[in-house]
Design a protein around this ligand. Structure first.
Ligand code: NDP
Ligand code: OXD
Length: 312
């Protein structure tokens, strides 16, 4: 039996599609009449404290999200393996966001918007893409997809990950010891890291101060599409005010929804979106997880299993 336990998304819609894909395999939702001990898979997003109560026969926890930081903090998370969402559609959507914001900042959007508002004709040529380095933190599924989409646009690319990566056309940096060197050549810093104890608060004043300053007029830029816990918002506000940063694009926040009194709302060169960089698509999600359930029931190993020790 598959149990759906989804908050803030259309659980009924997902359930209907799972029923069609898995029939005659039983699919239930919270509130339905079922025996918790018969549940072999639970599909979750933002599970409530009692989500796993009584699920003594669980074989896997399936995460609607690609990021599992919140799930790993669940107080009653069972021992069963966690399978996270890895999907071409999700990656495409994330890369759409990354490409849009990288190109916007590269072409000095904030500067020319301000000029337009002031009716000011002031010529300033942005550097070529080939003179601009995008540094991507996190070279997993999403980081590698972003690289594939940015490469044809001509940007210089560098990456930072926990373990070394060898990707053609990308200068790879790995581990804490190489972080400063990675930052020193980065004009546009894109965060696609998972949120773990090691990466919490990584977007802070010290990091911003190490980015390359002489390429983009206005200063280096950060783009955070991963998790709000990666950023120190007070540091971003200060860095945008004193010119340490020339701009920021933020899709995620320390507190979501972003409180109405956050100073970030008012900052012209801070581009805010409400955690919409990428969404797990129902059709491809049902296809992905149904194949996993069917395969696992037939004796195949699970894929994309979270390493609890690493935290992602
Ligand atoms: P992956 O697990 O595939 O990749 C994670 C990458 O981060 C890996 O390259 C890993 O290194 C690197 N990494 C992890 N810890 C460290 C560290 N301490 N130092 C340096 N590098 C580190 O994740 P995805 O690409 O699938 O997703 C990334 C994140 O994006 C998710 O965790 C989620 O938080 C976020 N996300 C946000 C969405 C949104 O709508 N805003 C939508 C979907 C995801 P290594 O390769 O060496 O293991
Ligand atoms: C995810 C998200 O982790 O949407 O998939 O944030």
């Amino acid at each position: 039996m598959l149990l759906l336990h989804l908050s803030d998304v259309d659980e009924a819609g997902w359930a209907e599609q799972f029923r069609q894909a898995l029939a005659p395999y039983p699919v239930v939702r919270r509130g339905d009449d079922f025996d918790p001990a018969a549940v072999r898979y639970i599909f979750v997003w933002k599970p409530k404290p009692d989500a796993f109560d009584g699920l003594t026969g669980l074989r896997a926890v399936l995460s609607l999200g690609a990021g599992v930081d919140a799930l790993l903090r669940h107080k009653a998370l069972p021992e069963a393996p966690i399978v996270r969402f890895v999907d071409a559609d999700l990656s495409q959507r994330m890369s759409d966001y990354v490409v849009a914001h990288v190109t916007m900042h590269h072409r000095l959007y904030s500067r020319f918007q301000a000029d337009q508002k002031a009716r000011r004709w002031s010529q300033l040529y942005p550097p070529a893409a080939s003179e601009t380095t995008v540094g991507i933190m996190g070279m997993g599924v999403l980081g590698q997809d972003a690289v594939r989409r940015l490469q044809p646009l001509g940007f210089e690319l560098r990456s930072w990950s926990r373990t070394p990566k060898s990707i053609e056309g990308v200068e790879g940096f790995a581990g804490d010891d190489s972080f400063d060197e990675f930052l020193a050549g980065t004009d546009i810093l894109v965060n696609l890291l998972p949120l773990t104890p090691e990466t919490t608060g990584i977007l802070n004043s010290s990091t911003f101060g190490k980015l390359r300053r002489d390429r983009l007029a206005g200063g280096p830029v950060i783009i955070n599409a991963a998790r709000g816990g990666h950023q120190r918002e007070a540091d971003i506000v200060a860095a945008l005010a004193d010119g340490t940063l020339g701009g920021a694009s933020l899709d995620v926040f320390e507190v979501e929804p972003l409180p109405a009194d956050s100073p970030l709302w008012e900052i012209e060169n801070c581009y805010i979106t409400p955690h919409i960089a990428a969404i797990s698509n129902e059709t491809s999600g049902v296809r992905y997880f149904s194949a996993i359930i069917k395969g696992h029931e037939a004796g195949e190993p699970l894929i994309n299993v979270v390493d609890r020790n690493r935290g992602y």
